[in-house]
Design a protein around this ligand. Sequence first.
Ligand code: MRU
Length: 344
Amino acid sequence: MRIEPLKWQDGKLKLLDQTKLPLEEVYLELSRYPQVIEAIKNMRVRGAPAIAVAAVYGLALAAQSVDANSQLEFRKRMKSISKEFAATRPTGHNLFYALKRMEVAIDKGSRIEGIRSSIFEEAGHIAQEVADVDWRVAQSGAELIEDGFTVLTHCNAGALATAGYGTVMGMIGEAYEQGKRIGVFVDETRPLLQGARLTAWELVYAGIPATLITDNMAGHFMKQGKIDCVVVGADRVAANGDVANKIGTYSVAVLARENSVPFYVTVPTSTIDLSLPSGEVIPIEERSSEEVTHIQDSHIAPDGVNVANPAFDVTPTRYLTAIITENGIVREPTEDKIRGLFSG
Ligand code: MRU
C-alpha cells in the first residue's frame, strides 16, 4: 500500500504529521487554511512537491470558507491567501510553480461558485500530476540503479516528500520491483533527521534493505568502495543546473566526486526554476536555532552558543553526473540541455 502523507477527504485535508514519525502515525484533519500554513512552516508536511500539494489544498479549504460580496473581492482575497502560502518556505520551487497555476485558476470561472470549482479542479489536477510525474521519474531513473548496487541518499525524497510515489524512493522502489538486489545507505540528515526518521521508515515499510548512518560516515563508506551511486532529490534547480537540496548535500557531492561515485539528482521538472541563472541566487531558508541546539526534545548544546541553521545548500552543477526528470535523463547537465527538457 502506498504511503499517503496527505489526502483530500470530505472537504477536509487529512495530513500525516511527519514531525511525529516514526514513533507515531497521527493524521491531522485540517479544515481551515491557517492550519495548513502552520503545518508547512512547522514541517508537519515537508519535501518540495508535498509542500506544493498541501498549499493548493490549503487554497481549496480557503475557497470553501472565504465570503465575498463580489467576484472581484473573492479573487482578491484568494490571491492574498495565496501570498500567505508563498511566504511559508522560500527555497522549494514547486510551491511557487503550483501557486502560479492556482492564481490562473482563481482568474477563471464566472460567479463565485464558478471560481470555487476552478480552484478545486486545479488543486486536484496538481495533486494527480505529482503522482503521475513521480511514476515517470521512477521509470526513467531505475535503469541507473544496477543489480547489486548500494545507493546512498540524503534527507527524504520519498512518498512523504512528494505526496506521490517519491522521486528518489520511486526510482529505488522501481529498481527493487524489477528484481534488482539493491541496498540503501541512509544519511540521518541532521538537524531534523529526515533520513533517520522518514527515509529509513519508508524503506523498512517497503522491505528494501537499508543501513542508517550518521552524516559524517558517508565519506568513509565511499572510500571503502561500499557505495555505487548517490541519489538525492532537490528543492530548486537553477537554469544552469546548480541544485539546492537539504543541507549536507553539497558535502556528499564533493565526497562522491573525490571517490568517483556517480551523483544523481532526481526531480520533477516543476522543481527547475529557469528564471534563476545560477544557484547563487536561490533563496536559502534559515530555520530556528532550536533545531540545532536540540534533538527532538533533548537540549544538547550550552545556552549562549551562537548557532547557524541554513536548511539547504547549493551543489554546483559540475558535481552532477545526471539530472533525472519525468522528461528524461540529462547527463552532465548544462543550461542548454536543461532548457531542452521543456521544449516539447
Ligand atoms: O526541509 P525539507 O524536509 O522540506 O527538505 C526536503 C528536501 O530537501 C528534499 O530532498 C527535497 O524537497 C526533495 S523531495 C522530492
